[in-house]
Design a protein around this ligand. Structure first.
Ligand SMILES: Nc1nc2c(c(=O)[nH]1)N[C@H]1C(S)=C(S)[C@@H](COP(=O)(O)O)O[C@H]1N2
Ligand SMILES: [Mo]
Length: 415
């Protein structure tokens, strides 16, 4: 354990050196080591450069290279594929994906929850290149015409003997748009992002995109204790952690669920403690920041990003008076499923102090809640238009905690 810590320390220092656009947010107690997007400016642009893209994982990075790495196909499919064969013989595609940690915004819960106290830096958009999961399964003779309510479990090469890092997603989603990625923004996949290969699940919370991918297992249900041919515990990261639940409640381990969309789980009674699958609707202002110098009378471009997991952003509103009045922003730039949209609003700034907010709505008529509820309100806070305070601090998407305060000042007289 002590050794692991030290190894982690060196690893983090090396990542920080390679990523001057990020800063450290860590949680010693829980062993998580993460690096967050440093500044709001990241959210003023569509593509997030690798050096500004957050990193999040728990165990030391496993060693591996393209030439020796293999992926095991197990469960209802059988095979072993060298990564180099996948790269050479299967198609290569690119997908845009807004990767957001399910714990993004955790630091906005009051009272504080455990684990990494992210503010809102744990999100970024990259172009990932790789091979569709569909092509990989087909290469080992799997019939990809029917998902049949089955699940695909992805296992990370960072798994420990006593605990496996495994996540399950519906096979239908995997066949639809997921890829095994070996490139990021046109570069070979950096080691901290999963080199030599990771799963990318477009529009879904980051935890589903398993890095250092070593095994794909087609199963009738989600991963549970005893469902893998492995030693150690199997189900923690699917069934215990990354579940949205009130204080002091322990989620039940389910085999399968019908309602997959995260927000739909929050609103339905089928799943008592929702799993964090697709990303909740969210927006962030990237410019101006609190440091931007604005002179009264100036027209200021309020610019940012908005995303809604598998759904499409339909509208973004901006307020410059802490929510008293709202104005439609213009959506512009690239529009890819699973990736954020840019928005912009031209604001004529007058003198004084202003609180800027953004609020997104999607094509399902969902809108960001204003605030996070209290522990006492539990998950019912959703029905009152609040994001529910939850013990793990997952899925937060309220707009008030992400306000930007700007002051306009009279410019110094010209010399
Ligand atoms: N094998 C493995 N994959 C993992 C993790 C991990 O700890 N181990 N962390 C997950 C979490 S919680 C997130 S938010 C994303 C972050 O991806 P990134 O570091 O490339 O930004 O990776 C996911 N994939
Ligand atoms: Mo995460």
């Amino acid at each position: 354990m002590g050794e692991t810590r030290e190894q982690r320390r060196d690893e983090i220092d090396a990542i920080l050196e390679r990523k001057p656009g990020t800063s450290e947010v860590r949680d010693e107690a829980d062993r998580y080591t993460v690096v967050g997007a440093a500044s709001r400016e990241t959210f003023a642009n569509w593509l997030t450069p690798i050096e500004e893209h957050f990193v999040c994982h728990r165990n030391p990075i496993p060693a591996g290279d393209v030439d020796s790495w293999t992926i095991s196909l197990t469960g209802d499919v059988e095979g072993e594929l060298p990564l180099s064969d996948i790269i050479e013989e299967c198609p290569t595609v690119a997908v845009a994906h807004t990767m957001e940690c399910a714990g993004n915004g955790r630091g906005q819960h009051d009272p504080e929850t455990g684990s990494v106290q992210w503010d809102s830096g744990a999100v970024g958009t990259a172009f990932w290149t790789g091979t569709p999961v569909r092509s990989v399964l087909r290469a080992v003779g799997f019939d990809t015409s029917e998902a049949d309510d089955r699940w695909l479990t992805a296992i990370g090469g960072d798994s420990l003997d006593e605990e496996v890092f495994a996540r399950s997603i519906p096979l239908s989603k995997a066949l639809d748009d997921c890829i095994l990625a070996y490139g990021m923004n046109g570069q070979p996949l950096p080691e901290e992002h999963g080199h030599p290969v990771r799963l990318v699940v477009p529009g879904w919370y980051g935890v589903n995109s398993v890095k250092w991918l070593s095994e794909l297992r087609v199963m009738d249900g989600m991963v549970r204790e005893g469902s893998l041919d492995r030693t150690g515990t199997h189900a923690r990261w699917q069934q215990d952690d990354y579940r949205i639940h009130p204080e002091d409640e322990t989620p039940e381990h389910a085999d399968t669920i019908e309602t997959v969309d995260t927000w739909a789980q929050l609103e339905s009674s089928e799943v008592e403690h929702p799993y964090t699958f697709d990303e909740n609707i969210m927006s962030l202002i990237g410019r101006p920041t609190g440091e931007t110098v604005i002179t009264p009378g100036e027209t200021v471009e309020v610019r940012g990003v908005a995303w809604a997991g598998d759904d499409d952003i339909e509208r973004v509103e901006v307020s410059t008076d802490n929510g008293d009045s709202w104005h439609d922003a213009e959506l512009f730039g690239p529009a890819y499923a699973g990736a954020w949209r840019l928005f912009c609003y031209e604001w004529d700034a007058d003198i004084g102090s202003h609180i800027l907010l953004s609020r997104a709505s999607d094509d399902r008529g969902r809108i960001q809640p204003a605030a996070i509820g209290t522990p006492e309100e539990g998950l019912d806070a959703v029905a009152d238009g609040k994001y529910p305070w939850n013990e793990g601090g997952y899925g937060a998407n309220a707009y008030l905690p992400n306000a930007v305060t700007v002051e306009t000042t009279e410019s110094d007289s010209l010399e």
